[in-house]
Design a protein around this ligand. Sequence first.
Ligand SMILES: Nc1nc2c(ncn2[C@@H]2O[C@H](COP(=O)(O)OP(=O)(O)OP(=O)(O)O)[C@@H](O)[C@H]2O)c(=O)[nH]1
Length: 257
Amino acid sequence: MTSKFGKVRTCNVVPPPDRGQAECNIAVLGITGSGKSALTVKFLTKRFISEYDPNLEDTYTSEEIVDQHPVLVKIMDTADQDGPVNCERYLTWATAFLVVYSIDNRQSFEGCQQYLDAVTLHTKGLQPKTAIILVGNKLDMERYRQVSKSDGVDLASRYRCLFFEVSACLDFTSVQHMFYEAVRETRREAERTLPVRPLFITEDKPVVSLSSASLLTPCFKELPSPATAKLVTVKSSRAQSKRRAPTLTLLKGFKIF
Ligand SMILES: Nc1nc2c(ncn2[C@@H]2O[C@H](COP(=O)(O)OP(=O)(O)OP(=O)(O)O)[C@@H](O)[C@H]2O)c(=O)[nH]1
């Protein structure tokens, strides 16, 4: 078929996105002491914080560029004292979950299952699917390891989720990669579930870019303009009744290496 634009053919492509703000809400879960705060802070600041208030539960917002596309990453560093009991606050909020255990603590690994159960039960049948990542933290504690890597792999495959072993006190890149994978998984799922409808496009020049960030849904849309600097903000979720310290003491009360 020809037209005044040249040769035309019918293709199935994803419709152009609406231009809004790309967001990815990541909830970090796991039993106390597994390293949720340390991983969150490492990702946000590239630093390892060794002392913290275990009762804090905060949500952080950071402007990131993932695969050349800007995204507002929101991270809820949860503080469940009794496992996933009152977990509606993050189950309904998150588009991705990091379920963290410590490789030197078998109990923390066993504790992961209740989080994985809660998340998979809540997200069952949801479209787009929710990204879930199992994280074995404290990789630097190899000599005290109580959870083998294959145990982690097996658990992850049982719940069909991604799996990483990292350390909050070693290299930043692998921690960043893990958070970025949560963003990518959310993106991929958003793309996968977009309705496909036929469009006419010319063969002479591309009309619609099929780059990953151009295929976005309302839960994951593009930022209007690229972010130039990393901006991290902190917001109290006020979800945790045991919360004691004010949010903005985040970096004041910590030892930073
Ligand atoms: N060696 C080592 N220690 C870590 C690592 N990550 C965290 N820690 C330490 O483990 C302890 C618990 O870390 P947190 O990040 O506070 O753990 P959490 O899961 O947030 O704990 P809650 O806030 O109580 O829920 C702290 O003393 C951290 O310094 C790690 O990768 N390696």
